[in-house]
Write a protein that binds this ligand. Structure first.
Ligand code: DAK
Length: 258
């Protein structure tokens, strides 16, 4: 994968978008490599994923403007669908994905971060959807996910006026969960991923699915989704071990993902 690095540390995978000369901007090749990295994840081993960008300046500075500048309507639609399918794959990926936003998260970069489950960032991060200044709409889910995450009023301000926000404001509006110094960001991401990886993996996956699927529907149906995923946990060895350990007043040694 030429534009993406893939590392594994125990039950945690780190996927790093590596095109720093273009501030990790997304062209079709970069997108293909991101998808290949997610396809390569061994779900029997990996329990949490960190997605970040190479270099000290940028998570992802957007979709590749040079590549988009010559697209026809059909090519634009194809590019939009291509990216959207990959971002949706990340959003619905069985294990949690943490975006460690280490700088610019503009346009497709912010959209990529928003397709992750949790966002944390460094204090030099900058978030925005500058597309209307380029004569296009956000095209990788930005008009949808930003409004859902921070509310339509703030999202519309950012999109319509192409207004970028810094890390502290991103924290205030709930776009990121926490802000760290640049040095602290990856250790913090790994600590969080490690905490997730220690939990019962099937219960974590089912919780992610319950929240994601439930948010797409009304409460009556959402509760049924939860009931089914909750019920499914009772067929797992990890549920038996977890509850047995509690009753015996000891800590679970490890969950076996079964
Ligand atoms: N695309 C291509 N190259 C980029 C880039 C981008 N988005 N962002 C930066 N680069 C490149 C620069 O061209 C430069 O390359 P060289 O000139 O060195 O060859 C290199 O990265 C370093 O950038 P700068 O020299 O500009 O670095 P600065 O620190 O001065 O400025 C910056 C950093 C992030 C403020 C600036 O580069 C910038 O404004 N970049 C563009 C940010 C932006 O507008 N991003 C949103 C892109 S639009 C859709 C699908 C997807 C989308 C929309 C529709 N459908 C098909 C429906 C998504 C759209 C977007 O993401």
């Amino acid at each position: 994968m030429g534009f993406v690095d893939y590392e594994v540390d125990g039950h945690v995978a780190v996927i790093t978008i590596n095109r720093p000369k273009a501030l990790n901007a997304l062209n079709e090749d970069v997108l293909k490599d991101i998808e290949a990295a997610f396809d390569a994840v061994d779900l029997s081993e990996i329990r949490a994923i960190i997605l970040t960008g190479a270099g000290e300046k940028s998570f992802v500075a957007g979709a590749d403007i040079a590549a988009m500048s010559v697209m026809t309507k059909e090519q634009g639609e194809h590019f939009g669908k291509f990216g959207n399918d990959i971002f949706r794959k990340i959003e619905t990926f069985p294990v949690p994905v943490i975006a460690a936003v280490n700088g610019f998260a503009l346009g497709g970069g912010n959209e990529l971060a928003m397709s992750c489950d949790i966002r944390i960032c460094s204090d030099n991060a900058l978030f925005g959807q500058p597309e209307v200044g380029l004569g296009i709409t956000p095209g990788f889910g930005g008009t949808q996910r930003l409004a859902r995450l921070i509310g339509p009023g703030k999202a519309k301000e950012m999109v319509f006026a192409s207004r970028n926000i810094k890390a502290d404001e991103a924290y205030r509006v709930g776009l990121v969960n926490a802000v760290y110094t640049q040095e602290e960001l990856m250790p913090a991401a790994k600590k969080l991923a490690g905490a997730i990886a220690k939990m019962a993996p099937i219960a974590v996956r089912n919780s992610k699915k319950a929240m994601n699927d439930g948010l797409q529907t009304d409460m009556d149906q959402a509760i049924v989704i939860e009931e089914k995923l909750f019920g499914g946990c009772f067929e797992t060895e990890d549920q038996k071990n977890g509850m047995q350990a509690f009753l015996e007043k000891r800590k679970v040694e490890q969950f076996n993902n079964r």
